[in-house]
Ligand binder design. Structure first.
Ligand SMILES: Nc1ncnc2c1ncn2[C@@H]1O[C@H](COP(=O)(O)OP(=O)(O)OP(=O)(O)O)[C@@H](O)[C@H]1O
Ligand SMILES: [Mg+2]
Length: 511
């Protein structure tokens, strides 16, 4: 007959081995194991620490809050956990309240007698972490039986913990590297005429530098007046095509019946008024860059033709039958919510994917409050020159008004606000009353900015950037993850990790 403790232990081992077999995600697996320990053994706490450099950090825990986990950091050799990691020898503390070696760094233990058992987790001769439990006070023999049991669990888990630690380290390195590269690129390649130093703009400069030399199609998104055209030009002038034409087409401004002939040209006599053959913008941009502004506003028939050009780099002039080939780099821009347009069948999904190869999102001005003053100075200098004025400064109330305004028209609105003020000012200072009424009303009604969200936006952009790179690599490799990883110069493991993290489905790129 088995004793009741042994029965419980056997049941826990059985459940843990089941988790090991079925749970593919290591992080969830560790959580499940701690759950089983806590529930089956009726424990207050179960904790797993991992060794990071010369430190042990709590990586998973049951019975500790997030804050308590954060506090639980031990140097190797420090406290019970640090000693176990240093010596590789398990420890039983029958009563933590009377043991000076117990640090309670997490500050989770309030009062009462409680035992603590901690065992090392070793992998290939190296201590990589510890597993510990808070156990209700009990006799020594029982506590040592528990220690043996915990050592068994630590051995079973060692392999999974090692994989988890490796994944965590890789993830950390990758994140640091991503951030460093983006910042470095951003600082080095900031285009001269674009103003702004916030994180989100640095990321934009990094992307401009990264994409300029390729022929990849770029989709620039952002609210009206955020600088989409400026970025499109910066990409063109930083590219190898800089001496070839940059041709811009505002798709929203062209009447429906003219847009096809504008874009693709027409043959003589193809419609009333077509008295001679005429080249379209695609042909005019040959060798250079075609900027399709307000792409969200083109009709469905024109979208079909654009899709074909992007796929085949060939088209026919209106009324023509001979295909014309062009070498054009396409940059598109829109302030529209294309995803919503796709849902409402106003925009073709296949065209969206063709355009969205390398998306660049421009932050709204209210999301980069820290750049407002730099932009004000920039435009003050510009309009002093244009209008031959020598305004020296902007008064503090005027600055306050401008930094607290919500700028629905973004940089364009700020620019015209400064130009207007330069013309209004009579005493070489821009004062609050030189600003347009919209700003004064905003001040009065309290329509002011929320918090600076540029950090959150930066993370979103890094994620979307990563996502697009991986999706593109998967498209090129027809869904083959190993080949995609090779083309990105990284490992299959990292790509697998990213794919699940970013919710990418490689199988849809198979065809
Ligand atoms: N970061 C910036 N630095 C300096 N000037 C800027 C910046 N962003 C925008 N501008 C200026 O603001 C004006 C509007 O920019 P742009 O035309 O590129 O915006 P847009 O996003 O294309 O707007 P829309 O969607 O309304 O066409 C331009 O005069 C541009 O020079
Ligand atoms: Mg524009």
């Amino acid at each position: 007959m088995l004793l009741s403790t042994e029965k419980v232990q056997l049941k826990a081992i059985h459940q843990i081995s089941h988790s090991l077999l079925h749970q593919r995600d290591v992080s969830s697996l560790l959580g499940e194991v701690l759950d089983i320990l806590q529930n089956e053994m009726k424990l207050k706490r179960a904790t797993l620490t991992l060794k990071r450099e010369e430190c042990l950090v709590i990586e998973a825990s049951k019975g500790l809050s997030k804050n308590e986990m954060k506090r639980g950091r031990y140097m190797i050799g420090e406290g019970i956990t640090g000693k176990v990691a240093q010596t590789g020898k398990s420890k039983v503390i029958p009563d933590i309240s009377s043991d000076p070696g117990f640090l309670d760094r997490t500050k989770a233990r309030k009062s009462g007698r409680c035992a603590f058992i901690c065992v090392p987790i070793a992998f290939k001769g190296e201590i990589i972490g510890t597993l510990s439990i808070d156990h209700p006070s009990a006799g020594k023999a029982h506590l040592y039986r528990m220690l043996g049991f915990l050592e068994t669990i630590a051995n079973i888990l060692a392999d999974a913990v090692a994989t988890f630690r490796e994944e965590q380290n890789e993830k950390l390195l990758l994140e640091q590297e991503n951030l460093r590269l983006r910042r470095e690129l951003g600082n080095r390649f900031k285009p001269g005429n674009i103003v702004g130093n916030c994180g989100a703009m640095q990321s934009v400069y990094g992307m401009i530098a990264q994409v300029a030399d390729s022929t990849a199609t770029v989709l620039i998104r952002g609210e009206s007046g955020t600088g989409k055209e400026l970025v499109a030009k910066a990409i063109h002038y930083a590219s190898l095509r800089k001496d070839a034409p940059f041709v811009a087409v505002n798709c929203a401004a062209l009447p429906e019946n003219l847009i096809e002939s504008e874009l693709f040209g027409h043959e003589k006599g193809s419609f009333t008024g077509a008295s001679s053959q005429r080249k379209g913008r695609f042909e005019l941009a040959n060798g250079g860059t075609l900027f399709l502004d307000e792409i969200g506003d083109v009709s469905l028939p024109v979208q079909v033709r654009l899709l074909r050009i992007l796929q085949e780099r060939k088209f026919e002039r209106v009324g023509g039958t001979e295909p014309v080939s062009v070498n054009v780099r396409v940059i598109a821009a829109t302030s529209r919510d294309l995803e919503k347009f796709i849902e409402g069948r106003k925009f073709r999904e296949d065209l969206f994917y063709r355009l969205n190869v390398f998306p660049i999102h421009l932050p709204a001005l209210r999301e980069r409050k820290s750049d407002i003053v730099t932009l004000m100075d920039h435009f003050l200098e510009k309009y002093n020159k244009t209008h031959n004025r020598s305004i020296k400064r902007i008064s503090t109330p005027a600055i306050n008004m401008m930094t607290s305004y919500h700028w629905p028209g973004n940089v364009r609105e700020l620019e015209s606000c400064i130009e207007r003020a330069v013309l209004m000012s009579t005493n070489n200072v821009i004062s609050a009353y030189d600003l347009p009424p919209s700003l004064q009303t905003a001040q009065a009604t309290g329509t002011v900015l929320g918090s600076d969200r540029s950090d959150a936006d930066f993370t979103t952009m890094v994620r979307s950037f990563e996502r697009e790179m991986i999706v593109q690599a998967l498209k090129n490799s027809r869904g083959n993850v190993a080949a995609a990883a090779r083309s990105l110069g990284t490992t299959k493991r990292i790509i697998h990790y990213k794919i699940s993290n970013l919710n990418i489905k490689p199988e849809i790129y198979k065809s």
